[in-house]
Write a protein of this length. Sequence first.
Length: 102
Amino acid sequence: MGIVGYGHIGREVAQRAAAFGMRVIAIRRSKQEATPPLDWIGTTGQLEQLLAESDFVVVACDMNKETIGMIGAPQLAMMKHDSVIINVGVGGSSRKKPFIRR
């Protein structure tokens, strides 16, 4: 599972995913060392890697000028064909039209 936004909500999602034996990776704005339950953590500049590796992607980031529209058609194309994206963050981080077409 890949988590976009490793704040309070992202950490809670990671704990639950790890409890089911999932490999958990995440990205956040600032650099941080990976500690359990994470197998890997990167920065927002590594979104492409997270999307390409994840069967499930949970978007749990807040809405700001950096996150508005960060998931659109180009990012969906980077994902595995059968992957699932779940947006639990504040609206605005995902563009709606690419999801409708896919």
